[in-house]
Design a protein around this ligand. Structure first.
Ligand code: GH3
Ligand code: MG
Ligand code: MG
Length: 545
């Protein structure tokens, strides 16, 4: 092997000595490596695997002998010759370096010629003679080192193993948690779907506590109605085991507590008594005999969603106040099970209650819409003054009746009614009194006909009545009855201070007798009415074709 391929590592803390050695060794064509500390020397030896190591006995961090013993204990470096550079050549030093595992030593100060000669010898494989007793001692040191290393390895492995078992336990726990989480999510989803099918908000609040307690494995759930003016909450629905019956309980709920809940986004989780800083919270905790519970404010959770909506989708006139007008507080705990909530459960509750808030809001809006729709559709078919059916509805019903007659051959009659000399009454008593007469006559007509008859205000002081399943002939006595009822009715007469008498005239046409066309029928009943007017009023006339 060529010299220049040989690597020599020098471990020495004295920079001058290193500089000198660098010169000598490089000059000979060897590759020179150097370290100023023991640990650095070990690192370089492992990294470069030199052909020979020169070591000083006194190093700042370790003894040269310790470095040597360590290097010799590593199988991959075991065969590298290590030569100690000693300041003295006494027997003690010689014994010292050889028992440390050195393969030889060179005394300092060095004689370059002699040094190079020895270097060549050591590189060529020569080793200092080690007396058996030294070797025995070295082997003992070496064994001690080995045992130490083994111990260290074992303890490293042990701690690694401990970490692994901890990791494994964590994994099992998170697997269980994940399974629970999954179960809860599944339950939550089906419960939310079920709640969506209800359309009564009060029913939703009534069944919610039981569903929550059973599904989420809790002890108790109470829904309170919040009265912000009095600063109290009162139970309106609950389920679970209670030490004090919640009915009739009135618990405080201060503005500060509401603020706390608001800051937490609508759901406050009290983990232990340290958190019971607020007086209302202390009272709630002592009522339920627990210091670990959850309070959720339905309106806050709902508002949270509405605000979100408001920003993105609605105009400025949108009033989130209409969403939930009742304020509800949901309380839950699992105190008697001696268990605390897990963070994932709280997250699930929050998203669940948000869903409940949305469902609750939607139900309220839906019911309001239904109510408005009912009012509006009634309004659309009723006359504003008399509350009788209006002209539009009358025509629709008339068409239907005509169609029914055509199909089932069932007859019906149509009455056209007009108040006699109503203009005079109006002129004498004024429009307000005239309106009252219209209302009174409307009631008389309504009360004295059947539920299935359609009594409508045709316009002005004219009325129309559809009498299903009644022939023209049978309609006559009924019309006569209506006429006489009006005739005897004492309408107010403020001018003469005596009851005023008013009369009506009625014209009757029959379907299918007179016509099977609704426009024709109206015209015919009108013609009969005209005849009644012409022949003296306060009369009933049948259409005569
Ligand atoms: P006739 O016996 O020929 O029917 O005489 P009349 O005065 O009843 O008939 P006319 O058609 O001349 O007048 C109808 C009057 O009904 C005119 C109007 O003052 C009155 N009228 C119509 N609609 C209303 C209403 O909604 N309120 C009031 N107060 N009066 C009404
Ligand atoms: Mg009239
Ligand atoms: Mg008229």
């Amino acid at each position: 092997m060529k010299k220049k391929n040989k690597k020599i590592l020098y471990i020495e803390d004295d920079p001058d000595a290193r500089a000198l050695m660098a010169d000598i060794i490089r000059h000979q064509g060897y590759t020179y490596l150097e370290a100023s500390r023991g640990l650095e020397g070990i690192r370089l030896a492992k990294l470069h695997k030199p052909d020979l190591i020169l070591i000083d006995l006194m190093l700042p961090d370790m003894q040269g002998s310790e470095v040597t013993t360590h290097l010799k204990s590593l199988p991959e470096l075991h065969d590298i010759p290590i030569i100690a550079l000693t300041g003295a050549s006494s027997q003690n030093v010689r014994e010292y370096v050889l028992t440390a595992g050195c393969d030889g030593y060179i005394s300092k100060p060095i004689n370059i010629k002699e040094f190079l000669f020895k270097l060549e010898e050591f590189l060529a494989g020569k080793r200092e003679f080690v007396p058996p007793e030294y070797e025995k001692e070295f082997l003992q040191r070496y064994n001690v080192e080995l045992v130490e290393r083994l111990k260290r390895k074992v303890s490293e492995l042990e701690s690694l193993n401990k970490n692994l078992s901890r990791l494994n336990a964590d994994l099992i726990a998170s697997r269980e948690e994940l399974a629970n989480y999954n179960d809860l999510l599944f339950y939550l989803n089906s419960l939310a779907n079920y709640l969506r099918t209800l359309n009564d908000p009060q029913r939703l609040l009534k069944i919610l506590p039981e569903q929550i307690v059973e599904g989420f494995h809790l002890d108790r759930c109470v829904i309170f109605r919040h009265d912000p003016h009095k600063g109290v909450i009162k139970p309106c629905s609950f389920f679970g085991e209670f030490e004090h019956a919640p009915e009739g309980a009135v618990l405080p709920f201060s503005d500060q507590l509401l603020q706390l809940v608001r800051e937490e986004g609508g759901l406050l989780w009290i983990k232990d008594h340290h958190q019971l800083v607020e007086e209302s919270l202390q009272d709630i905790g002592s009522f339920f005999n627990t210091s670990s519970f959850v309070i959720s404010y339905l309106q806050e959770l709902g508002r949270h969603n509405v605000q979100h909506l408001q920003k993105e989708e609605t105009d400025e006139d949108f009033d989130p106040g209409i969403a939930i007008d009742e304020r509800y507080v949901i309380y839950l705990d699992k105190h008697t099970r001696q268990k605390n909530f897990a963070t994932y459960e709280i997250r699930i509750f929050k998203s669940f209650f948000q869903t409940v808030a949305i469902i609750y809001e939607n139900m309220q809006l839906f019911n309001r819409l239904k109510y408005l729709y009912k009012i509006k559709s009634e309004e659309a078919i009723r006359d504003g003054l008399t509350n009788l059916y209006n002209y539009r509805f009358f025509i629709r019903e008339l068409k239907k009746e005509v169609a029914r007659t055509k199909r089932y051959k069932t007859p019906f009659s149509l009455l056209m009614i007009d108040i006699d000399y109503f203009k005079e009454y109006n002129d004498l008593h004024g429009h307000v009194e005239g309106d009252n007469v219209l209302k009174t006559i409307s009631r008389l007509l309504e009360l004295n006909t059947r539920q299935t008859d359609v009594v409508a205000r045709y316009g002005g002081e004219e009325f129309a009545i559809i009498l299903p399943a009644i022939t023209k002939k049978k309609a006559l006595p009924l019309a006569e009855k209506l006429r006489s009822l009006v005739k005897v009715y004492p309408f107010p007469d403020k001018v003469h201070r005596v009851p005023c008498r008013l009369t009506i005239s009625i014209g009757i046409a029959g379907c299918p007798e007179d016509s099977k066309d609704h426009v024709e029928l109206v015209r015919m009943a009108d013609a009969a009415l005209y005849e009644a007017k012409q022949t003296g009023r306060d009369k009933v006339c049948l259409y005569q074709g």
